[in-house]
Design a protein around this ligand. Structure first.
Ligand code: ZN
Length: 261
């Protein structure tokens, strides 16, 4: 039904973690890391205010290392009633860590958030949307119920193991429905920074198309350090107004996952 079209917004609060996860030597580059610190110092408060104004609850994905560095930010997000989800410990991709490091990365990331909020997160996103062949079993072993990493469908589905459905629901994502490909700039990443209005057009076109696909949902991925700049927040405000004009329902990741059979 066109009414109640599900919209899920997943917001990463990486801060410095994405730069450190990409290259540990970046610890010696305070200016580069400050691109991430912007999320804490400037971006988070107006973003939370914009979501409040629109009465939208989202899911925030926070690496353990960021949570330990900025526990007050985690508490603030929880106070605004958003779902707190795990985003690894050190934002290191499974492509770069040793196989035996994958489990401690997962567990440490979950426990860092649990220690701060008192709630064990059950939604998880990897660093840079990568899985290894071991990931599903680790998620099952550690009580993760929702993964938001794959790009293969426009609707949520249940991961299978040995041909049988498991307790892990996937909420597929898309790079073109994220802010990072358009706005990340710095260090070893040098792309053309996109006009915010063009990005809004891409997101809106995809939303309009998805609304016509039965069973689809709209899944937007944002990063506080990227979207939390003044002009981009204005673009996001316009985009949220557009979504709201089309009779959608906003759900957190765990809420939409709970609707999957
Ligand atoms: Zn991230």
């Amino acid at each position: 039904m066109a009414n109640d079209f599900p919209v899920v917004i997943g917001i990463c609060l990486d801060a410095e973690a994405s730069w450190l996860g990409r290259n540990p030597d970046n610890i010696r580059r305070p200016v580069l890391l400050s691109h991430g610190t912007f999320a804490i110092r400037e971006g988070l408060a107006p973003l939370l205010a914009l979501l409040d104004e629109n009465k939208i609850r989202t899911t925030f994905f926070i690496p353990g290392i960021t949570a330990e560095r900025y526990p007050e930010a985690v508490k603030e997000i929880a106070k605004h009633d958003h779902e707190i989800a795990s985003h690894t410990y050190g934002h290191r991709s499974v492509l770069v860590i040793k196989p035996e490091e994958e489990e401690p990365e997962l567990v440490r990331g979950i426990e860092a958030l649990e220690k701060i909020t008192g709630v064990r997160p059950t939604t998880w996103r990897s660093a840079s949307w990568e899985w290894s062949p071991r990931t599903l079993q680790l998620l099952l072993d550690h009580g993760v119920k929702v993964s938001t990493n794959f790009h293969d469908r426009v609707r949520p589905y249940r991961h299978q193991q040995n041909g049988k459905p498991t307790s892990v629901v996937e909420l597929p994502v898309q790079w073109h429905l994220a802010d990072a490909p358009y706005f990340v700039y710095g260090g070893e990443v040098a792309r053309t920074i996109r006009v915010a209005g063009d990005v809004q057009t891409i997101w809106q076109d995809e939303f309009d198309g998805l609304m016509e696909w039965p069973g689809a949902f709209y899944h937007l991925t944002l990063h506080v350090e990227l979207i939390g700049h003044p002009g981009r927040l204005r673009m996001l405000a316009r985009h949220l107004q557009y979504l709201k004009s089309r009779s959608v329902k906003f759900l957190t990741s765990d809420e939409i996952a709970a609707t999957v059979a």
